[in-house]
Write a protein of this length. Structure first.
Length: 572
């Protein structure tokens, strides 16, 4: 367990992508099965521990220390797992007031992780009834911890967790709590963990992604293949995810090197990238990262009566004209189930722009023009309320296309996509075949109103900022919040804003501070954003899309910040 804890600690403190990759790959090389497979499952979000929830964790802490003191500690640290791991009584120190109930060592069963037939060191060598002797044990493995937590019932879970934390050191406690609370929040995506696997091979990460949905923790067959000890696992899953082809942003000088005649153009819509895959009676809707989002969109899945893999944009509305905003789409994202009322209010559909597989035939090696021809024929036979074709945009040259990009025909179009006519469908982000040419972002001058502590390495800084613009008649103006941002500034600027927040705090609400903000005093932020949506949840009536701090306007008086009418005009 200590090795996994050390991995998490080092990942948190390592900012570079390549540095994180090397840490994960080295961990996979050094750690044996099944611990490395369980570490992989944790990093990719595939490890499910249902017996403990964050609310239970708070209850356990409240039994061991003053709740007010814990509240102050949590406000300062900013991360629940880190706070609990630091304040939990050390082994041999202040033990819990009541001993946990008797625990039974985990037994192997169908779907359980097999660790060892011998008594686990987690249980102090004691079997059956009675409490194991209270004794710190540094030989507990990650597999021991996972087996204990997964075999515990919801009622026994808190007691099992408490004994684990009692027997662990601070860093191991941090790792255990991260496991039970879900998202690790250590700057590692599932894609990065899969890339580390590919580096271990070495193999192409696309091979890992195509196998992924047919694999399960602790991935012993996968590691055996990567280390040359066994053949490649067969693709056992029906309707698998296929690694997506990504585009590069148009940079200065790029278009001068390209011939417009070699490229097709399509509108870039403000939805989410998905794959609609149906094979052998299995239907799945995947996000661009390979997450299965089928549960949130049963209306789309029900219409997937085909044998194919489609690539497109998930949108809300009834095609082709009625296309809702991203805010509308968010009403259905990240839900396990949706009601019939919500499906009727926010109907979903896929705007298709590529066909990857058809009736068992892989089309990804074909040129874009050939795939497009197949797609046009295929789409014609599908439900037009759930699938429509992304139209091509006719243009004579880059100047004409730039004018069209700057003034698109629909408010939720973000720009245009450029696709080379002879390009196959390649996994990853190859330079040259596909480009995205987005509209220039909007900007507004807003006044900082509230600041909140960040998480992880930013937990000592006020790094999350709520800002507002002026509203009301002259002489009775007030600031109304219009957005929140936590990136776009440098580390040096972060220190400057943090000092301003501390020097100008007028109220405190736990980890949030209200700062001085009136027409004579305050900090003006130039905020860039991709778009606006109407919102009934916000006093201002608007919600920003992808806001970020683009510049600190120390030179601008707060009275000269923008008014709400400026944003309302953009909506209109």
């Amino acid at each position: 367990m200590n090795r996994f804890a050390e991995l998490l600690d080092r990942l948190v403190l390592t900012p570079s992508r390549n540095g994180k990759l090397k840490l994960i790959t080295d961990h996979f090389r050094a750690v044996e099965d099944p611990d490395r497979g369980l570490a992989l499952a944790a990093l990719t979000g595939e490890l499910d521990i249902a017996s403990v929830k964050p609310a239970m964790l708070r209850q356990l802490v409240s039994e061991r220390m003053d709740p007010v003191l814990f509240g102050y500690s949590y406000d300062y640290v900013g991360d629940l797992a880190e706070t609990v791991s630091l304040v939990w009584p050390e082994p041999g120190g202040n033990a819990s007031p009541a001993a946990p109930p008797p625990l039974t060592p985990p037994h192997k069963g169908e779907g359980d992780v097999s660790v060892s037939e011998s008594p686990s060191p987690l249980w102090g060598g004691v079997r059956g009834g009675g409490n194991p002797a209270y004794k710190p044990n540094h030989d507990i493995t990650l597999a021991d911890v996972v087996a204990a937590l997964q075999s515990a019932s919801r009622s026994d879970g808190p007691a099992v967790l408490a004994r684990l934390l009692d027997q662990a050191e601070t860093s191991a406690r941090f790792a255990i709590i991260k496991l039970v609370t879900g998202g690790l929040r250590i700057g590692v995506s599932a894609r990065l963990a899969k890339q580390a696997l590919a580096d271990l091979g070495p193999v192409d990460v696309a091979e890992i992604e195509e196998l992924w949905h047919g694999l399960a923790p602790p991935y012993a067959d996968l590691f055996a293949w990567l280390e040359g000890k066994a053949p490649k696992p067969e693709q056992a899953a029906k309707a698998p995810f296929r690694p997506v082809m990504l585009s590069n942003p148009v940079s200065e000088g790029d278009l001068e090197k390209l011939d417009p005649a070699d490229y097709a153009a399509e509108w870039k819509w403000d939805g989410i990238r998905v794959q609609a895959v149906s094979e052998g009676g299995v239907r799945r809707l995947y996000s661009r990262t390979g997450d299965d989002v089928s549960g949130a969109f049963p209306d789309v899945v029900a219409a997937m009566d085909f044998e194919a893999a489609l690539d497109g944009e998930l949108l809300v509305g009834v095609p082709p004209e009625a296309t809702g905003t991203f805010s509308d789409l968010q009403q259905r994202l990240n839900r396990k189930t949706v009601s019939a009322k919500m499906q009727a209010q926010y109907p979903a559909f896929v705007r298709c722009y590529d066909l990857l597989q058809l009736n068992g035939e892989d089309l990804r090696g074909l040129a874009f023009t050939e795939r497009r021809r197949h797609l046009e024929t295929f789409i014609a036979a599908l439900d037009p309320d759930r699938f429509d074709l992304s139209p091509l945009v006719a243009f004579d040259g880059w100047t004409q296309l730039e004018d069209m990009r700057s003034a698109p025909p629909h408010p939720i179009i973000e720009g245009v996509m450029l696709k080379r006519l002879d390009s196959p469908y390649l996994a990853g982000r190859p330079k040259g075949p596909w480009f995205k040419w987005k509209r220039d972002p909007h900007t507004v001058d807003a006044v900082l109103m509230y600041a909140q502590r960040g998480h992880g390495k930013r937990s000592s800084f006020y790094s999350d900022y709520t800002f507002g613009v002026w509203s009301g008649a002259e002489g009775a103006e007030e600031l109304v919040p219009v957005g929140k941002a936590y990136f776009g500034f440098t580390d040096e600027e972060l220190k400057q804003i943090d000092k301003f927040v501390r020097d100008n705090t007028i109220e405190r609400f736990g980890p949030v501070r209200s700062v001085r903000a009136d027409r004579a005093n305050g900090l003006v932020l130039e905020v860039a954003f991709e778009g606006l949506n109407r919102s009934t949840r916000h006093k201002s009536g608007v919600a920003m899309r992808f806001p970020r701090i683009s510049r600190l306007r120390w030179d601008k008086p707060p009275a000269e910040a923008d008014r709400i009418e400026t944003l309302q005009a953009l909506l209109d």
